[in-house]
Write a protein that binds this ligand. Structure first.
Ligand code: NAD
Length: 485
């Protein structure tokens, strides 16, 4: 492999790196140059079998351990991740193309937050005592068994931890399949967890595309599936999981509204729109890509936004002065350029950007369209790139109705100085993860996830525990048993 912080082999199974070159080779491309930086091999049926067998074997013993003991291992892993943040961030940048100015602050660090948070909760996962007159009952919180995590390519370290940490805290084993576009980072998460003391088999990482994901979801030894991906993939995975009556968490796409009222602090609103559209080059599921700006402030907003966007530094992601990296792949750049062409063709006004610069790598300029109407393709479909659609609105009731007129429901944001209005509007927006005078914060302490087509279940916070464990209830009779005959 190209440099020394890279993982040693394609898979991490049963406590060790594992290679099987019989699996199809998958090139790992550095998005900033287009150069191949590594090759991994797709998991063969033999690798999948080893992952499942070792997970099944290890899980029961892990679930029987004291919660605090499990938690200690997760918290130790969090410390190691923080110590190695720079190396892990460099790897994340190579995997995704996201600039180091981001990865140093939000990838391994948020992964470590999840390990620390769920490590802390592991000792407190209890049931309750229920008085029933002379009798009583109690509930026991039990692990589900073997969980499968399937990742998208935008946050490979974070997704591996957001799924792995609560799963392990609750006493499950996890088999994680990263996106085929970004296969490297999750291997480092597995390596660190085992270095921290995780017994072999409890966190396996195996590579592959949809076929490997499909094989895992269909296997009868799997009890739960957590997917981060697009809505079309979500439908397929949810249906396949239903066949086996498996638990699911679906973290899917969005087309979220960001509503900016006339009385908003202009500079903060522009910052929110930038964070909600251009961070990670727009490859964030919760992005506020439909920016509704009230009539009185709209031209001032667009003018200031265009000025601020000129300040984006597009370039070498490993240079910490860079603030905008490339798209993750050539294909994703083509998809995004296709949407930009549609925006122009359907009559939106291009305020800035719109081009793919002539340079190596998969770069796209930060792009803002104004005069966007609700029916335009760029206002309806998830683009997953640095393309902001600005729409006008006159009043509160109108903007709420239009903001909700979408099959998605991942996120929503409101900028206003009127806090009563902020809460009133957020209360009516159909979305799982919302923001007032901010955008795209995702601390581990708050549940994260979508409503409507954007998903099922929640990640992070205590809410995630509900999705990685199940309740057993026990009725205890203290007296004799009456029967009809
Ligand atoms: P994708 O849906 O193409 O792939 C997601 C994962 O599913 C990949 O690992 C892929 O190999 C796997 N997969 C594909 N078909 C499968 C099948 N039939 N069975 C099992 N696994 C299968 O998504 P992507 O292009 O990698 O990521 C972008 C999408 O993810 C966007 O829609 C984005 O909004 C969404 N996303 C959502 C969140 C969230 O938390 N809500 C976070 C990041 C990304």
């Amino acid at each position: 492999m190209a440099y020394d912080t890279q993982p040693e082999a394609s898979h991490f199974v049963d406590g060790a790196y594992l290679e099987d070159t019989n699996g199809a080779a998958m090139d790992v491309i550095y998005p900033a140059t287009g150069a191949r930086i590594a090759v991994v091999h797709e998991a063969t049926p033999a690798v999948i079998e080893r992952a499942l067998t070792s997970a099944r074997r290890a899980q029961a013993e892990w679930a029987a351990m004291m919660g605090v003991e499990r938690g200690r291992i997760l918290r130790r892993a969090a410390d190691i991740m923080r110590e190695r943040n720079r190396d892990l961030s460099v790897l994340e940048t190579h995997d995704t193309g996201k600039p180091l100015s981001e990865t140093l602050y939000v990838d391994a660090t948020s992964g470590a937050d999840a390990l620390e948070y769920f490590g802390g909760l592991a000792g407190s996962l209890t049931g309750e005592h229920v008085p029933l007159g002379a009798d009583w009952g109690y509930t026991v919180r039990e692990a589900l068994g073997v969980c499968v995590g399937i990742g998208a390519w935008n946050y490979p370290t974070q997704i591996a931890c957001w799924k792995g940490a609560p799963a392990l805290a609750c006493g499950n084993a996890m088999i994680f399949k990263p996106s085929e576009t970004t296969p490297l980072c999750a291997l480092k998460v597995a390596e660190i967890l085992h270095e921290a003391g995780l017994p072999a088999g409890l966190y396996n990482v195996i590579q592959g595309a949809g076929d490997v994901g499909r094989a895992l979801v269909a296997d009868g030894r799997v009890d739960k599936v957590s997917l981060t991906g697009s809505v079309p993939t979500g439908r397929k995975v949810y249906a396949a999981a239903a066949e086996g009556m498996k638990h699911v968490t679906m973290e899917l796409g969005g087309k979220s509204p960001l509503v900016i009222f006339d009385d908003a602090d202009l500079e903060n609103a522009v910052s929110g729109a930038i964070n909600g559209n251009f961070y990670s080059t727009g490859q964030v599921c919760s992005n506020g890509t439909r920016v509704f700006v009230q009539d009185g402030i709209r031209e001032a907003f667009l003018e200031r936004l265009a000025e601020r966007v000129q300040g984006a530094v597009m370039g070498d992601p490993l240079d910490e002065a860079t603030t905008l990296g490339p798209m993750v792949s050539q294909r994703q750049r083509e998809i995004v350029m296709g949407y930009i062409a549609k925006g122009r063709a359907e009559g939106a006004r291009l305020v800035c950007g719109g081009a793919a610069p002539e340079r190596a790598g998969f770069f796209v300029e930060p792009t803002v369209f104004a005069d966007v109407t609700d029916d335009m393709t760029i206002a309806r479909e998830e683009i997953f790139g640095p393309v902001m659609a600005v729409l006008g609105f006159a009043d509160e009731a109108e903007v709420i109705a239009r903001a909700n007129d979408t099959p998605y429901g991942l996120s929503a944001g409101v900028f206003t100085r009127d806090l009563a209005r902020a809460h009133r509007v957020i209360g009516q927006l159909q979305a799982g993860s919302c923001f007032i005078n901010s955008y795209n914060d995702a601390p581990v302490e708050l549940p994260f996830g979508g409503s409507k087509a954007s998903g099922v279940g929640r990640e992070n916070a205590k809410a995630a525990i509900e999705h990685y464990s199940q309740m057993k209830s026990v009725y205890v009779r203290m007296g004799d048993v009456e029967a009809p005959f």
